[in-house]
Design a protein around this ligand. Sequence first.
Ligand SMILES: [Zn+2]
Length: 73
Amino acid sequence: MSSSVPSAPAASTETCPLCGTPTVGVERCPSCGYHLAGVGGRPGPWTRPALWWTAAGLLVVYAITLLIVALAR
Ligand SMILES: [Zn+2]
């Protein structure tokens, strides 16, 4: 669910995408607690290391599942 807006709106009129509360200079929405990474001028949540750690985690879970299935036979 990555809603990347091509042309970001003006930073002075930042609002929470979930509830519409004005959110200027805060990391989380004060009303609903929605994390505002990627909104306005903030950096997005998906950095390259985060992507690789997610892939590594999925691979570990896959390997453990494969091991359990192999041992259950
Ligand atoms: Zn909100």
